[in-house]
Write a protein that binds this ligand. Structure first.
Ligand SMILES: [Fe+2]
Length: 275
């Protein structure tokens, strides 16, 4: 087809992918094309703005590597990550809610025995974390695979150190026969997501702060249950209602209790949904 116009080009592009063999690929790509075109028409996208968009995405790509996930940050700060979590994680009332995965998970963290201290030099007051992993009917989930990671008292993750070689304040545990878990770590603080890249420029341009309320990340997997990716957020944190990545859920907020010896305790039970 020739002489395509603003009104006819969308259908022509859709027709061009009509032969896509994978039905889901076809559905997703078709909707993406339709919405992108509608977006451009609606905002009357200028050529300069189109180029700016291309340059922005190029910069996001250039900033991204194995340790710095700028595209995940972009998705997180646009609310797309949390939207996807919401779409895919509706659970019965009583189950622990899911939240964003975030960009600081490291696969194959070291595995520890229950009760171990995972700080390994991470800065911060000691914090004893414990609780149980249960099913919705209260059944203990034994041998659940619990992956934990967090920032330190300066709000920094081990992987953000340019000389990162050792895992700090992250590790993997297996729950006991009664579903219990316990470990020691440090008290992590609220932190700004990295702002030295294009996502930081976007936040500044839109008058947004980059802060996340203090939290501890968990990924819990167990046979027969839906994998849970979530955080536990610190009660009282001033960023709970303005998390830069929109991840806070009411039932994920818990108190970090200061003990007489100056160390802290956090108790939290996770309720998994059946697969
Ligand atoms: Fe985090």
């Amino acid at each position: 087809m020739r002489n395509l116009s603003e009104d006819t080009i969308t259908q022509e592009v859709l027709d061009r992918i009509a032969g896509t063999k994978n039905e889901r690929t076809k559905e997703v790509l078709s909707e993406l094309i339709q919405h992108l075109h509608d977006f451009a028409r609606k905002v009357r996208l200028t050529e300069q703005e189109w180029l700016q968009g291309i340059e922005f995405l190029t910069a996001v790509g250039h900033k991204t590597d194995e340790k710095r996930h700028e595209f995940i940050l972009l998705s997180d700060t646009l609310g797309l990550s949390m939207l996807t979590v919401c779409i895919n994680n509706s659970k019965p009332v009583g189950c622990t809610e899911a939240t964003v995965f975030g960009p600081f998970h490291v696969p194959n963290a070291p595995e520890f025995a229950l009760g171990a201290d995972i700080a390994n030099g991470a800065k911060g007051s000691a914090c004893h974390v414990s609780g149980r992993v249960l099913g919705l009917k209260g059944e203990a989930i034994e041998n659940a695979h619990m992956d934990v990671w967090q920032a330190d008292e300066e709000g920094v993750y081990d992987v953000q150190n340019p000389n990162f070689t050792e895992h700090r304040a992250r590790g993997i545990f297996r729950t006991a026969p009664d579903g219990s878990y316990r470990f020691t770590t440090v008290v992590g603080e609220s932190y700004p997501i990295p702002t030295d890249g294009p996502v930081g420029d976007m936040l500044a341009a839109t008058g947004r702060h980059p802060w996340r309320p203090a939290h501890l990340h968990f990924k819990i997997t167990a046979p027969g249950y839906q994998t849970l990716v979530t955080h536990v957020f610190r009660e009282g944190d001033k960023y709970l209602d303005s998390d830069a990545v929109f991840g806070v859920r009411e039932n994920l907020i818990a108190p970090w209790t200061k003990n007489a010896d100056g160390e802290f305790s956090l108790k939290y039970d996770f309720i998994l949904n059946r697969a």
